[in-house]
Design a protein around this ligand. Structure first.
Ligand SMILES: Cc1cc2nc3c(=O)[nH]c(=O)nc-3n(C[C@H](O)[C@H](O)[C@H](O)COP(=O)(O)OP(=O)(O)OC[C@H]3O[C@@H](n4cnc5c(N)ncnc54)[C@H](O)[C@@H]3O)c2cc1C
Length: 611
């Protein structure tokens, strides 16, 4: 086997992932840790990486406290309602009270934020959203991180975390490989902040084959934010709380601005309003939650799904009226040009002019994330001034592994952070990690040479498998001895789709399906030892698949554990079709033992600290 160079990097704080959370963590770590070595490692290039890579049209989390528009408590109430009662209110409150300061920094750094010409305030799109000229959002944020970091390592895919030899539950750094040069990297660090984004492509997407890159959540969000902590033994929470989005069909163009700004509305194929029709049946499933305002996102999905199942699809967004106003027409198109250009292209290619035709809506395949409208992720310690004792075991945003912090999609329990909240949570984690390093984490952790060598062999194994196995076939891609990452991905997506509640099952599952799904995932996990990668690009795909499979197993375990249908419209436990506040007004927690491969599940209390 070809010897690959090992590059060793020592740091005080290592930030994994240079997206919104990672840039926030890097920026703030420097502010509090002037003399510390702060290193950020990113598998793409932080200039244009992460879910915000292509720019955004709105910042979805801004209180407007200095104009007395909203207070942090209001945001906690909003998120709690949308998540059917279950959020970590301490974490949400902590972000909400700091998020305005983050947005003001963005503006100071050059992000153009639209202003209301009459009031001079930021232009609101909805109660929480403000509108931006956001094509360069990510480069602006990345510049702040670049200036703050001691070193940024782009193009390095982190595959594993390292653990301290002396203290088994303390993180010690991470390893990965450069996706361009193939060099192996060993990062030793006193504290690690994981901010590696959410997970797409664990469930089969609606668009397959050539179109499989066309998903709502970024296709490169490959579940590392979950797999890395899971393998290190960190507890995870709410992993069953996958998200399903109602979006414009085939392009996944966002609908928020259409509802909020253009005041468009939906109707079924026969021009009828259908949401009201389903209200009573939803009330039987979930009780009073359906009467809350705004109606929780999952329940609105549910009404759409039921309407389609009843044979009255497709559901359409009524754009014909709003688009008669030339200003609204421009806003409607620009909304896509800011972040989902593909939707405009899809409409053009399908002869859809929204002034003439009401475009179809559909629901996406499920994704796993902690920063948008759902809250999957790691179980984290809360802020010391407001987290209940059960939620405090160390530093703010520290996971249940010592020295391991997280932000954005990586941290569970606190939804509706979005881009600004993820950056803010990165700042909170960065500040806490500096304190940890200065107080109890001063000594560098002990990293075993042997462990690193073993990981190096494991990381490059798919290249080795391919090098040997390719001689067994003369043509084609199917080999008797190795599995290509794409084939493994398609197998994973099929299992999750059919057994864990994907699109083809109308998001429905039950105990027998989940149990069988776990068996099949177990077999897939065994086969991952035989992944074959023809080049470094495919090696990255192989490790992304490893991460996706582990996160999927976690999602399946959580879905099995929670014996209720908490969020109809996101998924259904057909054997427990109702919301059950008596037994399940709680968080679900899991912990994976990497030595035995076993999962331990438990419940954790939900404390309502805001009235
Ligand atoms: C389609 C879409 C529309 C959205 N619209 C809005 C909106 O209008 N307004 C708004 O405020 N928010 C919006 N959001 C939400 C916002 O983008 C996310 O909340 C935010 O980006 C999450 O931050 P993060 O740091 O957790 O993840 P990301 O920003 O995705 O960053 C994760 C980073 O980790 C890197 N990474 C992943 N794995 C590894 C690995 N193994 N090794 C090294 N690096 C790795 C990735 O390359 C990436 O740079 C939207 C998201 C999507 C997908």
């Amino acid at each position: 086997m070809r010897r690959r160079k090992t590059v060793s990097v020592d740091a005080d704080i290592l930030v994994i992932g240079g997206g919104m959370g990672g840039c926030g963590a890097t920026y703030e770590s420097r502010y509090w840790g002037r003399d510390l070595k702060i290193v950020c490692v990113e598998k793409a290039n932080i200039e244009r990486s992460g879910a915000v890579a292509q720019g955004l049209y709105a910042i979805n989390c801004y209180m407007g406290m200095h104009w007395n528009e909203n207070q942090p408590e209001d945001h906690v109430r909003y998120a709690r309602n949308d998540l059917m009662g279950l959020v970590r209110e301490d974490l949400g409150y902590d972000i909400a009270r700091h998020v305005d300061a983050t947005v003001h920094k963005f503006e100071e750094w050059g992000l153009p934020i639209m202003r209301d010409p009459e009031t001079g305030r930021y232009q609101r799109e909805g109660k929480w959203q403000i509108m931006i000229h956001g094509e360069s959002y990510k480069p602006i944020v990345a510049e702040a991180a670049r200036k703050a970091a001691s070193e940024i390592y782009n193009r390095i895919m982190v595959t594993h975390l390292l653990m301290d030899e002396a203290r088994p539950n303390r993180v010690a750094g991470a390893v990965g490989f450069n996706v361009r040069t193939g060099e192996f990297y060993v990062f030793r660090a006193k504290a690690v902040i994981v901010a590696a984004g959410g997970a797409s492509h664990i469930f089969k997407p609606r668009a397959v084959g050539e179109g499989m890159g066309r998903t709502w959540y970024a296709p490169w969000s490959s579940a590392s934010a979950y797999a890395l902590p899971i393998l290190a033994g960190a507890k995870m929470t709410q992993m069953e709380n996958r998200i399903v989005l109602t979006r414009f069909k085939d392009g996944y163009g966002p609908v928020g601005a259409y509802f909020l700004h253009l005041k468009t509305y939906t109707q079924n194929a026969y021009g009828q309003d259908y949401e009201a029709f389903w209200r009573d049946s939803i009330e039987k499933m979930v009780g009073d939650y359906v009467n809350h305002h705004p109606v929780p996102t999952c329940l609105r999905n549910h009404a759409l799904l039921e309407e389609v199942k009843a044979g009255r699809g497709p559901i359409r967004m009524v754009t014909k009226e709003a688009f008669q106003d030339p200003h609204k027409e421009t806003v409607g198109w620009e909304n896509f040009l800011g972040m989902t250009i593909g939707q405009a292209v899809v409409w053009a290619s399908q002869n859809i002019d929204p002034k003439e035709i009401n475009p179809e809506l559909t629901t996406s395949e499920p994704y796993v994330m902690g920063s948008h409208a759902t809250c999957s992720g790691a179980w984290a310690s809360g802020p010391e001034d407001c987290a209940p004792a059960d939620y405090q075991w160390g530093y703010n945003r520290m996971m249940t592994v010592e020295g391991l912090f997280g932000a954005g999609d990586a941290i569970g329990g606190s939804a509706h952070k979005f881009s600004s909240g993820s950056f803010t949570e990165g700042r909170i984690a960065g500040k806490a990690a500096v304190r940890y390093v200065n107080e109890i984490g001063r000594e560098p952790p002990a990293v075993s040479e042997a462990d690193c060598e073993e990981l190096k062999t494991i990381v490059y194994k798919p290249l080795e498998n391919y090098r040997i196995g390719r001689n067994e076939i003369v043509a084609g891609t199917v080999s008797p001895s190795y599995l290509l990452p794409l084939h493994g991905l398609q197998r994973l997506e099929k299992i999750m789709d059919e057994y864990v509640g994907g699109i083809s099952a109308y998001y429905t599952t039950n105990e027998p399906l989940l149990t069988r799904g776990l068996e099949l995932l177990g077999m897939l996990k065994e086969d991952l030892a035989h992944l074959g990668s023809e080049d470094l690009h495919q090696l990255q795909r192989a490790w992304e698949l490893h991460h996706r499979v582990l996160a999927s197993e976690c999602v399946t375990q959580h879905t099995l554990f929670r014996t209720e249908t908490r969020w109809p419209g996101y998924y259904y436990r057909a054997d427990h079709p109702k919301l059950d506040d008596q037994d399940w007004h709680c968080f679900t927690l899991s912990r994976y033992d990497r030595h035995s491969g076993k999962w331990a599940m438990e419940k954790a209390p939900v404390y309502h600290i805001i009235d």
